[in-house]
Design a binder for this molecule. Structure first.
Ligand code: CU
Length: 469
């Protein structure tokens, strides 16, 4: 972090983060993930519609020295997804050490959209994260009670104080909040307007003009910003105007007052004014799903628990019939911040009530921010794959909460099918150790994570285009 001081990190195919993986709708992808780390890890494809055994959640451990090779066909619209570890109890620390990468999907619709699309030129990935450093340069991995890993230094694409010299007047940024616990309120230093063009699961139908956007951990947004000739502007994270309804006197300080300069952007030396942005980018958003008669489930989030329970790898919390729209009512029942992420699918937000906070709810989503008291009503559907043996997860994506057990499991089955009693037996080959249990048992005094050296695992996408990040 300081000049001349190196920080040991983890990464995929490199020292930190990983390559941007790119695939098209219809492609069959086969990933080869070799774990060269000293610890068990998993690799979860966040936002991806895929068979549960390929999901890379806690039930697909990759032991050190072994290779995991999930395979699936891309069957969803163009979107900016990502991949990261998901071992129960250790997701936060492993992301924090550097394990994360983007997974971009393309389709005919995204090809036709008149948006900037030259990767690395006018289509720029931004993985925004925070870190704390010890005086010797190593990562400070001390969890704060209730807060977890909340850093005082931001990094973008793995580096501090980054700059981007644009060569075009219009730039699209694909932004991931890859932080463990930190919320970002993103704006530009001169307050200029910009357009939202995509959310977690794909393009919006109409570009939405805004001056700022909230991103909670795990969420993505695609934005388009126009630059003047010889422009200089800074992408910033600024304080949240109403503290996201959190009362710091009776809740942890989630860092909502903090401000950071994230990325200095300079405009090109020349270039003509960009044209108006196109509309009609995603007709799948023209109507909300018809949830008449749909089954309703409720998910109450409170103090590391969902519906009064902490994660148990041997317990199935929900059994879901495939192909039916369901209504999931998700409520933040405490005075902390949470968000809610569902594996395997993209949902629509039917309503968000009991809150004055306005997080991203447009478009296809897989993660939604919930301010204290907020109630989100979601239209959710799981198509295609059924499997009574391997579960998917739903959880808070603030990883300290998730690692403490704010997570549940569901299987997607054919009507009448029951979950396989083998689920979680032998903890799916991996011995989730006493260290895991020590980490997840105490609510307020979590153990420190011992620092470890950082050999890198390798990840190989066969049958897909790969781009270095
Ligand atoms: Cu939470």
């Amino acid at each position: 972090m300081r000049a001349g001081v190196s920080t040991p990190t983890w990464g995929y195919n490199g020292a930190i983060l990983g390559p941007t993986v790119r695939a098209r709708r219809g492609d069959t992808v086969r990933m080869e993930v070799t774990n060269s780390l000293p610890d068990m890890t998993t690799t979860h494809w966040h936002g991806m519609h895929l068979p549960a055994r390929a999901d890379g959640g806690p039930h697909q451990p990759i032991e050190p020295g072994t290779t995991w090779t999930p395979e699936w066909q891309i069957d969803q619209q163009a979107a900016t997804l990502w991949y990261h570890p998901h071992p129960h109890g250790f997701t936060g620390p492993q992301i924090y050490r550097g394990l994360a990468g983007l997974f971009i999907l393309d389709d005919d619709g995204s090809d036709a959209a008149q948006l900037p699309e030259q990767y690395g030129v006018d289509d720029i990935p931004l993985i925004i994260q925070d870190r704390r450093f010890n005086p010797d340069g190593t990562l400070d991995e001390t969890d704060r009670p209730d807060i977890g890993l909340l850093g005082d230094t931001t990094i973008v694409n793995g580096i501090t104080d980054p700059q981007f010299a644009a060569t075009t007047r219009r730039v699209r940024f694909r932004i991931l909040n890859g932080a463990t616990m930190r919320m970002f309120n993103l704006r530009f230093s001169d307050g200029r307007g910009f357009h939202l063009v995509g959310s977690d699961g794909g393009l919006l139908n109409e570009p939405t003009p805004v001056h700022n956007v909230y991103l909670s951990p795990g969420e993505r947004v695609e934005i388009v910003v126009d630059l003047a000739v010889a422009d200089t502007v800074t992408l910033q994270a600024v304080k949240f105007p109403d503290n996201l309804e959190v009362d710091n006197s009776d809740a942890p300080d989630f860092g909502l007052d903090d401000q950071f300069d994230l990325l200095v952007i300079t405009g090109p030396g020349q270039g003509s004014d960009p044209a108006a942005l196109p509309n009609g980018l995603n007709p799948t958003l023209l109507a909300l799903p018809d949830t008449t008669g749909a089954r309703t489930r409720t998910f109450d989030m409170e103090w590391f628990q969902i519906n009064g329970k902490r994660m148990d790898m041997t317990r199935i919390d929900e059994v879901v019939d495939h192909d039916n729209w369901e209504v999931w009512i998700v409520a933040n029942k405490d005075n902390w911040l949470h968000n809610f992420h569902v594996h395997d699918t993209q949902f629509r937000v039917l309503s968000l009530t009991d809150t004055s906070t306005t997080p991203l709810t447009d478009g296809w989503k897989d993660t939604i921010l919930l301010a204290p008291g907020a109630v989100a009503t979601l239209a959710v559907r799981f198509t295609g794959y059924t499997d009574p043996r391997w579960p998917y997860m739903f959880h808070c994506h603030m990883t300290y909460h998730e690692d403490q057990g704010m997570m549940g499991q569901f299987v997607v089955v054919k009507p009448g099918q029951q979950p396989d009693p083998q689920i979680g037996s032998g903890l799916d080959r991996h011995q989730y150790t006493t260290e895991t249990l020590a980490r997840t048992a105490p609510v307020t005094t979590p153990a420190l994570h011992p620092h470890r050296p950082c050999p890198v695992p390798t990840i190989t996408a066969a049958g897909t285009e790969r781009l270095g990040a």
